[in-house]
Write a protein that binds this ligand. Structure first.
Ligand code: HPA
Length: 273
C-alpha cells in the first residue's frame, strides 16, 4: 500500500525536472493517441522510469513519459501512455500517477482511450464522449486504507464525468463539425478482447463501448476532487459485431485515421476550459 509520502516523493522528483511549472490539466492519452503529446509547446519530458514508485508502460503505442508544457494556452501534464491492470500492475499502480499529478496542481483530467463499440447503429472510427462507466466486476483502485489527504472513504460516483465539461465537449464538437457520440464505457480488464457473449452482456447492461482502461484512473481522480472529461475513440466494432478477428494493429490504424478529428476536438475543449 502506498502512503502519502510515496506520492509526495514522486511529485518532488518531477518538480526537480519541471521547476516552477505548475500544470493544471492532466491528460492521459490512450492507444495510438499519444501524438497529441508531441503537439505540446515548450515541452519538458519526464520518463516514467525516472520517477520513483512509477511502473513503466509496456502496451503498444504507449511511450511511457510525461510531457509538461502548454497546449491551447493551458498548462498541461500529458501522459503519453498509461499503465493497465493487464500489464500485471495493481490498480494502485495503475492509478498512482493520477494522484501525483493532483499533488503537482492538476485539477482537471482529460482521459482518452481506444475502445470497441457495442452499438450496431454507430461506426468504427466514431468519437464518443464518456458520460458514465461500468466497472463492477473488478476491485476498486480505492481498496485498502483510505488516504484522507486525497478524499473520503466512500466517495460519491454520481457525476464522475463532470457535467460542465461534458457541455464544453458538446459545444466544441459542434464548433469543429465533429460527430460526437455519447455513451457509457464498460470496463473489461483484458488483455484478451471480449468474447461475443461478453459484448452482448456489456450491451445488455448499458455499455456502449468496451475497453481495458480509464475507469480506474477516473475513480481515483474523482476521489481526489478532479474534474473529468473522457473520450473514447471507437476504433472497432466490438467482438461478434464484425467479420474479422480484432487486432491491436486495427486499433492503432483507427487512431491514426482519427488523428485530425481527435486533436481538433480535444484542442477546442482545452480552449474552453
Ligand atoms: N475491447 C476492449 N478494448 C479495446 C477494444 C475492444 O474492442 N478496442 C480497443 N480497445
Amino acid at each position: 500500500m502506498y502512503k502519502m509520502e510515496h506520492y509526495e516523493a514522486s511529485a518532488s522528483a518531477i518538480r526537480a525536472e519541471i521547476g516552477e511549472f505548475k500544470p493544471k490539466v492532466a491528460m492521459i492519452l490512450g492507444s495510438g493517441l499519444g501524438f497529441l503529446g508531441d503537439e505540446v509547446e515548450n515541452p519538458v519530458f519526464v520518463d516514467y522510469g525516472k520517477v520513483p514508485n512509477f511502473k513503466v508502460s509496456t502496451a503498444p503505442g504507449h511511450k511511457g513519459r510525461f510531457v509538461f508544457g502548454t497546449l491551447e494556452g493551458q498548462k498541461v501534464a500529458v501522459m503519453q501512455g498509461r499503465m493497465h491492470h493487464y500489464e500485471g500492475y495493481s490498480y494502485e499502480d495503475v492509478t498512482f500517477a493520477v494522484r501525483v499529478l493532483r499533488l503537482l496542481g492538476c485539477d482537471t483530467l482529460v482521459v482518452t482511450n481506444a475502445a470497441g463499440t457495442t452499438r450496431t447503429d454507430w461506426n468504427a472510427g466514431d468519437l464518443m464522449l464518456i458520460t458514465d462507466h461500468i466497472k463492477m466486476f473488478s476491485e476498486s483502485p480505492l481498496r485498502g486504507e483510505n488516504l484522507p489527504g486525497f478524499g473520503v472513504r466512500f466517495p460519491d460516483a454520481s457525476w464522475l464525468y463532470t457535467p460542465r465539461l461534458q457541455d464544453i465537449a458538446r459545444e466544441a464538437a459542434k464548433e469543429q463539425g465533429v460527430l460526437l457520440r455519447e455513451g457509457v464505457y464498460f470496463y473489461n480488464y483484458g488483455p484478451q478482447y471480449e468474447t461475443p457473449a461478453e459484448v452482448r452482456v456489456a450491451k445488455m447492461l448499458g455499455g456502449d463501448a468496451v475497453g481495458m482502461s480509464t475507469a480506474p484512473e477516473v475513480i481515483v481522480a474523482a476521489h481526489c476532487g478532479m474534474e473529468i472529461l473522457g473520450f473514447s475513440l471507437l476504433s472497432n466494432m466490438a467482438a461478434g459485431l464484425q467479420e474479422h478477428p480484432l487486432s491491436e494493429q486495427e486499433v492503432l490504424d483507427a487512431a491514426e485515421a482519427a488523428k485530425g478529428r481527435f486533436s481538433g476536438l480535444v484542442r477546442a475543449c482545452l480552449r474552453k476550459l
